[in-house]
Design a protein around this ligand. Structure first.
Ligand SMILES: C[S@@+](CC[C@H](N)C(=O)[O-])C[C@H]1O[C@@H](n2cnc3c(N)ncnc32)[C@H](O)[C@@H]1O
Length: 310
């Protein structure tokens, strides 16, 4: 943890995710195309120009990037976009985006947001870089959005929420996208403990995680060696992962029931399968995506998962 990069400069993995979303917004192939047109405004001007060239895009996202990570980022963005829109439609009181990086949903879904309050939490340097970029590009921030700087490994999430106007006990969505792997295991546990204490009944948590065996470098998954190398190079190490079979027990301990649990193969079926079922893009298999709900364990009512293509 000594001298972590996020304490010194903007998160490189957040920048890379933003670049991937910007590139994806320009794709003509429907499997690769996603809607984050604001991400494109946040990348440096030269890069923005270069990304319009399909060959350059291919080079950045499919040659330099670890195998299947571009495809994973696209699938994850589409999946979480669908959950985000669904809870806005249902009128959830609050949405909290933990480790927000250059997540642009607060701006992209401003029309759908209604009375929902949005909180973005992130390492202070990355959060400031994002706010500076919004200001430089003339992107106005909706009045319902609050920004909370935090280091999840060093500061108390409960205190930050108490000080921020967060409404304890109301129905909230917690988005933890590309975050948990970067936290110490104790911080992951503490984060879920706080969610358990502060979330109202029917609240949801959507997150992704890295398989624990990836941290042991067993080399068993598609794209594993490449992603580990790239994360180390970015200076943002992975510390936490879950074994697939221990996850449900962990979540149950925190009063959460699994609504959906998707691995790379499931996500390929959802987002990259062609008309006759052939897979058009292979997804890095080191991560899984999970959607959970806080409900009484007995008789929990699980709503159907969103249609990913809507
Ligand atoms: C891979 S990026 C994901 C960003 C964003 N969720 C997205 O999907 O575009 C990881 C994010 O986690 C944040 N992060 C990592 N460790 C953190 C910590 N200890 N405290 C606060 N934020 C942290 C970084 O600042 C960065 O924004």
């Amino acid at each position: 943890m000594v001298g972590r990069r996020i304490e010194i400069t903007t998160s490189r993995t957040a920048e890379w995710t933003c670049l991937s979303r910007a590139a994806s917004s320009l794709e003509s192939n429907s499997h690769y195309q996603s809607d984050d047109h604001i991400a494109l405004l946040l990348v440096p001007t030269l890069l923005k120009i270069l990304l319009h060239i399909p060959l350059v895009r291919r080079f950045f996202c499919r040659v330099i990037a670890p195998k299947g990570i571009y495809e994973y980022t696209i699938a994850r963005t589409k999946y979480i976009d669908a959950v985000f829109k669904e809870v806005l439609f249902e009128g959830f009181d609050q949405i909290l985006i933990f480790g927000a990086g250059f997540d642009t949903r607060a701006l992209r879904f401003r029309k759908e947001t209604g009375c929902t309050k949005i909180f973005e939490l992130d390492a202070s340097i990355t959060q400031k870089a994002k706010l500076d970029r919004y200001a430089e590009r003339g992107l106005s921030i909706p009045a319902n959005v609050a920004f909370i700087p935090i280091d999840f490994d060093k500061e108390l999430l409960s205190e930050k929420l108490e000080d921020s106007g967060f409404n304890r006990g109301s129905r909230s969505l917690f988005v933890l996208e590309g975050l948990l792997m970067y936290l110490q295991p104790e911080s992951v546990d503490e984060t879920f403990k706080v969610i358990e204490r502060y979330a109202g009944e029917g609240s949801e948590v959507v997150f992704d995680y890295v398989r624990a065996s990836v941290l042991r470098q067993t080399g068993s998954y598609y794209g594993e060696r490449e992603i580990l190398k790239s994360v180390a190079k970015a200076g943002e190490q992975w510390y936490s992962g879950f074994e697939e079979d221990e996850l449900e027990g962990f979540l149950k301990k925190h009063a959460l029931s699994v609504m959906e649990h998707k691995d790379a193969e499931n996500l390929e079926q959802m987002y990259f399968s062609g008309a006759s079922g052939e897979i058009k893009g292979r997804i890095n298999a080191t991560h899984c995506l999970v959607r959970t709900v806080k409900a009484e364990m007995e008789g929990a009512v699980l709503r159907p998962a969103p249609d990913p293509r809507s």
